[in-house]
Design a binder for this molecule. Structure first.
Ligand code: ISL
Length: 553
């Protein structure tokens, strides 16, 4: 397997609005990130993925770009960005930009032109359709509630928006659009950025006859069958790769709703020249019922393990994967997969140990390194995320029990991951001198960076230990992976190995002591390399205990 910096590198994802406010307006900014670069470096991070910082009316917090070549003044503008890149490179940190190329903002000049008239030169930059039987052209539903079609009064036609109506989908069928996109990507490559995370890249090729979904109420199935992996997806990605990406030493990771085991490898196969990695959502949509995230279902540990097992088996050795357990779109990983009530410290560490011992590039989301948790605001007025607010309105219109729905919001809202970073126990958690754009999680006095810097047993120090361990042991990056107990409902054991060495990873995903079959796994023939407990026992694993052991022979 070819060795590269982006396979070995550890990525830290920053949601700039919530990281650190340097200018004192309640919104995180680029100067704030620069202030924290030494902290970031101290985590053992090599690469920063920066969520969008371009000019944007912020209908979806930057995922609606109105100018692809300029940095928003709210975040500090182009000068701040140039300093960031310089300061990062000085510290040997690489920068991955978030590029949103499936849609633009409706305030982008292309769309402003496009909507003016049917014969405007920019008309075909987007998808316009006539009404069908006096209604929307088909039954597709937006990721963010309601129809994907919005009628525009100027020309009396509908335009397509898979996300909000301020995020019209770009028409990649049009060669002029693709050329514009290639130029934008080239612009950032020439500026010296080190890679791109490409937003919803699985959606860029449309079925242009726009057939009705045969399962309109089945959210996941509709995305997979009608929105994602369209007929020209690989042609477009290959073209982008050949015309621009391949000329630079950069990394690419495509975000892939609707990409499944059957379609995944084609995006990342090393002979196909498309992307380096994708984010699949096998484990992230695992608790979604047919109605999506606000229709959650119970998940068992074997189902969770199966996702990792199946993807690893499918992708290697020809492709490469990404390992993550949270980002700005999901609830906090320790709230979701751990136990924040009784085992906050131990379960956050277990999840970190999982992240850093899996095959694939590791992505750490800001705040997870101190075990930041979900937030439970008292009512909907505290929330900001457009997806949360639209889902709430839809639930209200449908007459759902709104107390129960607020509980679902507590569990599922994207704002769980977007609360300001908890730096210390001073006002506004040291994030800002002003009222933050989104209220700080009330547990900031206990959970914050400053406290954890002082505490040798903290989650923060454990992250540093884990990143150092992965760096020192390349078998964690390139070695094979094998799950040892697919069906166990409490324990997750796997091996990472190459011709020279073999490690076994033991994880107890439960609140109880679990018997350990020392003989079955030949554990007498191992040395303990690392654990989240200071004392370990041969006969059992303690609640949320995690161990890395190395075989002696
Ligand atoms: O957020 C989700 C579930 O809670 C996903 O369905 C998400 O909308 C999907 O993965 C696409 O996400 C990306 O594109 C969106 C943007 O809002 C997200 O923040 C981004 O990560 C539209 O650009």
């Amino acid at each position: 397997m070819k060795k590269t910096w982006w396979k070995e590198g550890i990525v830290y994802q920053i949601y700039p609005r919530s990281y650190k406010d340097n200018t004192g307006n309640g919104v995180g900014d680029i100067l704030g990130i620069i202030e924290k670069l030494d902290y970031i470096k101290s985590l053992g991070v090599d690469i920063i993925w920066l969520c969008p910082v371009y000019e944007s009316p912020n209908d979806d917090n930057g995922y609606d770009i109105s100018d692809y070549r300029n940095i928003s003044d709210e975040f500090g503008g182009n000068d701040a960005f140039d300093s960031l890149l310089k300061e990062m490179h000085k510290r040997d940190l690489k920068l991955v930009m978030d590029l949103v190329l499936n849609h633009s903002s409706d305030e982008h000049k292309w769309f402003k032109e496009s909507r003016k008239s049917k014969d405007n030169p920019y008309r075909d930059y987007y998808f316009w359709q006539e009404a069908k039987n006096g209604k929307e052209p088909n039954n597709w539903k937006s990721f963010f509630s309601g129809s994907v079609w919005q009628k525009d009064d100027i020309t009396d036609e509908y335009f397509l928006h898979l996300f909000t109506k301020k995020q019209p989908d770009l028409n990649w069928e049009n060669p002029k659009v693709r050329k514009e996109i290639h130029n934008i990507v080239e612009f950032w490559c020439k500026k010296g950025v080190d890679g791109f995370r490409m937003d919803v890249i699985s959606l860029i090729s449309k079925q242009t006859d726009f057939p009705d979904s045969h399962v309109p109420d089945n959210y996941g199935e509709t995305i997979k069958t009608y929105y994602a992996n369209g007929p020209k997806i690989h042609q477009y990605l290959n073209e982008l790769n050949q015309k621009v990406l391949s000329k630079y030493d950069i990394m690419t990771v495509g975000e892939g709703p609707g990409i499944d085991l059957e379609t995944g490898l084609d995006y990342v196969h090393e002979d196909r020249n498309e992307l380096n990695m994708i984010f699949h959502f096998g484990h992230m949509f695992i608790d979604n019922g047919v109605g999506g995230k606000y229709d959650p279902i119970e998940v068992s540990l074997p189902t969770f393990k199966k996702v990792f097992n199946d993807w690893d088996a499918k992708i290697y050795p020809k492709g490469w994967g990404s390992i993550f357990l949270g980002n700005h779109d999901f609830s906090r990983m320790v709230s979701r997969f751990g136990n924040t009530e009784e085992y906050h410290n131990k379960s956050a560490k277990l999840l970190a140990l999982l992240l850093f011992t899996m095959r694939g590039t590791v992505y750490v989301y800001q705040g997870d390194e101190i075990g930041m948790t979900n937030v439970a605001y008292p009512d909907i007025s505290y929330y900001n995320d457009v997806e949360t607010l639209n889902s709430y309105k839809e639930a209200l219109a449908k007459g759902r029990d709104m107390d129960a729905f607020l509980k679902l919001v507590h569990r599922q809202s994207r704002d769980n991951a977007r609360t300001p970073m908890q730096w210390n126990s001073s006002k506004n958690s040291g994030f800002s001198d002003a009222e933050p754009w989104l209220e700080v999680n009330s547990n900031y006095k206990q959970i914050n960076v400053e406290n954890q810097e002082k505490d040798k047993d903290s989650i923060l120090h454990f992250y540093r230990k884990m990143s150092a361990f992965r760096k020192a042991n390349k078998v964690m990056v390139y070695g094979d992976y094998e799950c040892l107990n697919e069906d166990d409902t409490n324990l997750y054991f796997y091996k990472r190995y190459n011709d020279e060495e073999t490690y076994i990873i033991l994880l107890n995903f439960s609140n109880k002591k679990q018997p350990l079959d020392f003989a079955k796994y030949d554990l007498a023939n191992t040395d303990l390399a690392l654990s989240n407990y200071s004392e370990n026992f041969d006969a059992f694993l303690q609640p949320w205990e995690a161990q890395i052991r190395k075989y002696k022979s």
